[in-house]
Design a protein around this ligand. Sequence first.
Ligand code: ADP
Ligand code: MG
Length: 314
Amino acid sequence: MPERNRNWRGLPAECWDVLMGTLVHQRVYGIAGAFCTELARAEIERLERLWSVFRPDSEVSELGRRAGERPFSVSPETSAILGLASELRAFTKGAFDVTAGAAVELWRRAAASGRSPTASEVTAARALIGECVLEVSERTVQLRRRGQRLDLGAIGKGYAADRCVSIYLQHGIRHGMIDLGGNVAVVGGAPDRSAWRIGIQIPGGRRGEYFGYVEARDCSVVTSGNYERNFELDGRQYSHVIDPRTGWPVPCDALSVTVMHASSAYADALATALLVMGRDQGFTFAQDNDLDALLFDRRNLRVTAGMARAFHAA
Ligand code: ADP
Ligand code: MG
């Protein structure tokens, strides 16, 4: 039997990479720690090649090119994430929707060119959002209408974090952490105490300025904010999160949402969905559905009962 790392006292394997457009930090304890960080990095790179909208050769780009034309045979991972995304779309009543791609692209182009889209361009992009991923057969997918686009930006990092956790567990890791730009997943507790402490950044504050932390074991904690990755057009600030029901970006009112969930893909998608719903509706939805969530806009802190057990103010 290989030595168990339950009482691992050594230094962790630690690495930082830029992947999926964000800083990825891994800290993994145990004899297989360094090996696991390598495997996890390769796995994130593989998923990025499948799902990036910035790579013309990704499956997501190919699905967009074939929209309204022909079905396309996708990898098991793409089929799986689309299944999950469809469940989450129904659960969030359309606040989270991976078919918002055309609207995301419209606003991304506007940000790059500095020219606001016209109302009719937004309406046209809005019309392309909705139940449109057609499973022709298992593993064969088609977007129904020409012009439709997928965007996995609000769930892909979570899914990747779940895959990395599986890799750690397969190799007997008992203490590990991966953070993909605020999308954190942990194995076990921290080696020196019972839980990992995950700091929650003050909305609009500097990196490392926390208003509290969440204690987590064997789960994921994801924070999404409408104050991050904003862009300006005609003197107005716009969020990178789109309301799929209108095609417009959500307001930039410095709202931060944190969701804790066993699955990082769910936590990622739900954090985005609560941002779309906004401070009041988002909190009511989280409470009614027993989610572990907190919403903070620098004035009001709202914490659901489940999250209250894990959250500590700084
Ligand atoms: P971040 O990537 O900054 O952590 P999110 O997880 O909230 O933030 O994902 C935002 C990204 O998801 C956007 O950049 C866009 O690509 C895509 N997106 C925007 N709005 C939605 C939405 N309502 N549903 C699904 N995906 C979205
Ligand atoms: Mg998200």
